[in-house]
Design a protein around this ligand. Structure first.
Ligand SMILES: Cc1cc2nc3c(=O)[nH]c(=O)nc-3n(C[C@H](O)[C@H](O)[C@H](O)COP(=O)(O)OP(=O)(O)OC[C@H]3O[C@@H](n4cnc5c(N)ncnc54)[C@H](O)[C@@H]3O)c2cc1C
Length: 416
């Protein structure tokens, strides 16, 4: 008889692979199904991008032993953050000293995160990696879920107690399973690339709001910066086709001289931006995580950090259910997870959306208000502290993994 798993994870991207790593010691039998060949350079989650991981995400990965496996050359600390509004006087400066931490976050190459996760998964006995396997359908029965997939071109089925949909923001399976996603198209595209600044970045991350969208300049090793520039959709083709020199000129106009004159820009990549949300992330024997559950604007670098907190909590709830010999696919178990995560998800999807609306507005009282807000945040300790906590991913109740506790060390599920 074919093996029946406790958990089927569709998508071996950052969210799906992190979940499988988090459940390594839980005793659950896990299959991870990934469409793109395992360890291939084509894997979309581990592409050329570089993302900013919060202090809280570092803690989760550290507990899992993943952080220690990420190539140190591929991660750079963020010691401070400078937030400003182009053409206006407001600014806020956040510093690691205000938070008493080693770094507020880290800029990490996606490929390096992918290598650490995939290498770890290959060593976990209870995890089967099924790849390349494109899941085309999900049949949810009373006691079991059946996935239909093409494994190396051959049609097959895989069965389990619970399926985690981690197939990304354009999740085809979410729609198939009738989760209603609401989409807000920002009419913006993020252009990302490496740039070389004229002055040392001093491990400061810059977030500069411009009329078309936010422009982030994140520190990387070797005094390079990772640029994430959200521009009006209508301007993308032109900006992508400019020569390196012309592009740097346009970038400089928007960013200013805070980092001196930019001298080089690497290859540019474009990502259209939208917010996706669902009313619920769970159903009988199914749960959505990562971008399949929520996709947010990259402003303030919240997307995967939110997804990793989902992963940490889902792993905690499932490991506990398994230890208590419960059926992990029941709504009773999944509701506990959803209840814990609802607040954080709502806050982050609302916060990032609100930032975009606020900072693209050209209405004079709104401009005055947001600049006053930036200046007040810079000088009022309570406001600064609240922003620091959000930036570090430390608001609300913290999962065991974020508190440095292994899931094997059982005890009561902390419902806060
Ligand atoms: C420009 C930009 C900058 C960003 N910067 C940051 C940042 O600084 N900080 C941050 O926290 N977040 C950031 N994000 C968000 C972050 O990149 C995402 O949250 C994260 O990549 C989502 O990971 P995921 O695993 O949920 O989805 P994905 O990365 O999309 O992975 C989905 C996986 O599922 C697989 N798959 C898809 N369909 C199937 C199928 N049918 N069967 C099997 N497998 C399937 C895919 O091959 C892929 O491996 C940024 C996003 C963008 C666009």
């Amino acid at each position: 008889m074919a093996k029946e798993y406790d958990l089927l994870i569709v998508g071996g991207g950052m969210a799906g692979a992190s979940l499988a790593c988090a459940l390594a010691d839980s005793g659950m039998q896990i299959a991870i199904l990934e469409a793109v060949p395992w360890q291939s350079d084509l894997q979309p989650s581990y592409d050329v991008r570089t993302i900013s991981l919060s202090h809280g995400s570092r803690l989760i990965y550290e507990t899992l032993g993943i952080w220690q496996q990420i190539d140190p050359e591929a991660r750079c600390p963020i010691n401070s953050i400078h937030i400003s509004d182009r053409g206006h006087p407001g600014f806020t400066h956040l510093d690691r000293k205000d938070a008493g931490v080693e770094a507020l976050g880290y800029v990490v190459e996606n490929r390096a995160i992918g290598a650490a996760l995939m290498n770890r998964l290959e060593l976990i006995e209870d995890v089967d990696i099924i790849s390349p396997a494109t899941v085309s359908d999900v049949d949810i029965g009373q006691d079991v879920v059946t996935l239909s997939c093409a494994v190396e071109g051959k049609e097959t089925t895989v069965k389990g107690k619970l399926v985690v949909i981690a197939d990304g923001g354009r999740s085809g399976l979410r729609d198939k399973l009738n989760f209603q996603a609401s989409v807000d198209d920002y009419q913006q595209t993020a252009i990302v690339c490496n740039v070389s600044p004229g002055q040392p970045h001093q491990y400061c991350a810059y977030e500069r709001f411009t009329a078309s969208g936010p422009l982030a300049m994140l520190p990387m090793n070797g005094n390079r910066c990772w640029c994430v520039w959200a521009v009006d959709k209508a301007d993308v083709d032109e900006l992508m086709s400019l020569s390196e020199e012309q592009f740097l000129q346009r970038l400089q106009q928007q960013f200013g001289d805070r980092l001196g004159r930019f001298s080089r820009a690497g290859k540019r990549y474009a990502y259209p931006l939208a917010r996706n949300r669902v009313d619920t992330t769970i159903g009988p024997r199914v749960v959505l995580v990562g971008n399949a559950a929520h996709t947010v604007h990259p402003v303030a670098a919240q997307g995967f950090n939110l997804g990793l907190r989902d992963v940490a909590w889902l792993a905690e709830v499932l490991a506990r259910a398994k230890a208590e010999k419960q059926d992990v696919g029941t709504l009773e178990v999944l509701k506990i997870y959803e209840e814990i995560r609802a607040r954080d998800t709502k806050r982050v999807t609302g916060f990032t959306h609100g930032m975009i609306k606020l900072f693209t507005s050209q209405i004079p009282p709104v401009i005055a208000g947001r600049n006053l807000g930036l200046l007040l945040t810079d000088v009022v300790p309570e406001l600064k502290h609240a922003l620091l906590k959000r930036t570090m991913g430390m608001t609300g109740r913290q999962s065991k993994l974020a508190r440095g506790l292994k899931l094997k060390q059982h005890g009561q599920l902390d419902m806060g």
